[in-house]
Design a binder for this molecule. Sequence first.
Ligand code: R5P
Length: 261
Amino acid sequence: MKNRLAQLIQKDGKALFLPIDHGYFQGPTRKLEKPRETIKPLLPYADAIMLTRGVLRNCVDPANTKPVILRVSGGTSVVGEDLANEELTTSITEIVRLNASAVSMSVFIGSKYEHQSLINLTKLVDECEDYGVPVMAVTAVGRELEKREARYLALCCRIAAELGARVVKTYYCPEKFHKVVEGCPVPVVIAGGPKVDSELEVFEFVYDGIQKGAIGVNLGRNIWQSEYPIAMIRAIRAIIHENYTPKEAQDLFEQVKAGKA
Ligand code: R5P
């Protein structure tokens, strides 16, 4: 367990996870139509990639040594009835066989399927703990993006940690984000959500989230849907691992974009 966690969380205690699992409920998401091409230039800058077994098998070179966070919940789609109605999709045998450094699954607290997703989390934790595989719980909000506020997120993170998650992924919120992190006894990483308008906006929320205790990000669309994904990931990496301010990250972004760094 400690060894796998050390693969994910770097020596400075920080982490940059790159999720490309969106197809498991959204289909061929914009700029992720060909995952192999999307991730190739970004992999050197990520501490781990998060994806499903299907994309791992078909779109990632087996010689890849970047740690893998395997998405193991699903069974719903954006055109289906309710995104919260997820089940576990991948057996522990498969998780171990694919050499995952961690697994991730969503919990939908406050939804009709709250109980189901939380019990699935406990089942996954029971199986994964036997093999030393950390579980990262994703505090999902489905289509209800307005749920991304501190009181709700703090509730979700705490419950996920209490039920055995070793890492929790949640959303950043501008108000009282420190309360979300302080109430959670395991490391918290921030998801990006839908692409926002400017790069600086991303740098500011990543920076603020880190200042308030998050250990890093699990951030996808705001990186690979950017016109300059390499510049984005390098700037975000600098905030996480080199304490860059949003302004310094923006400068680095511009330099990489101009081919000067
Ligand atoms: C949800 O769990 C998704 O599959 C993504 O892993 C997550 O939302 C992070 O990606 P993004 O930064 O694009 O929201």
